[in-house]
Design a protein. Structure first.
Length: 176
């Protein structure tokens, strides 16, 4: 009786270590993905200024098209019986190559001009630099969180609903 107790106790402790590592990887992923989202939009604003015409909607369209292509590839991989670890590993490797190659095409950062950062004599501080509305910022933050939760629920859980509730095969569920 003593031996199973030792093994079970050790296995449980290993489980907690693995959970901690897994949670750590999700924190890194969330941080990286959030920074990527913000920096992509900031660069799109930079490109839009260089083009001197609105192109932001094209950036968002391409992001959505990329998501559809990725879902179709994942559906194909799942339908072919490829393991999730192999699919994620290949996706990460291809993503690194694409990121490194495409980085050459990014516009260089525009230098901040002194005139844009300091108001001229007699002018007030620009609205973006005022510090009189932290309450409004929290309201917008909460609204953005609510929107992200709704989008995430529809986007992230639809495949699980298709597979677990409706019984769709993994390749079909990935399309959801």
């Amino acid at each position: 009786m003593e031996r199973p107790l030792r093994v079970a106790r050790a296995a449980t402790c290993v489980y907690f270590i693995l959970c901690g590592i897994l949670m750590g990887t999700w924190v890194v992923f969330g941080f990286g993905h959030g920074c990527l989202d913000v920096s992509m939009n900031a660069h799109a604003v930079h490109v839009e200024k260089a083009y001197n015409r609105p192109v932001m909607s094209a950036f968002h369209a391409m992001f959505s098209i990329g998501g559809v292509i990725a879902a179709l590839l994942a559906a194909g991989a799942a339908g072919a019986g490829t393991s999730p670890a192999a699919t994620l590993g290949a996706t990460g490797a291809v993503g690194i190559v694409i990121a490194l190659v495409s980085a050459r095409a990014l516009l260089p950062a525009a230098p901040a001009s002194a005139a844009a950062t300091t108001p001229a004599e007699g002018e007030t501080e620009p609205a973006a630099q005022r510090r009189d509305g932290p309450g409004r910022i929290w309201i917008i933050t909460v609204l953005a969180l609510m929107i992200m939760l709704c989008e995430g629920a529809a986007n992230d859980w639809s495949a699980l609903h298709l597979k677990n509730v409706l019984g769709a095969p993994a390749g079909t569920a990935a399309i959801g």
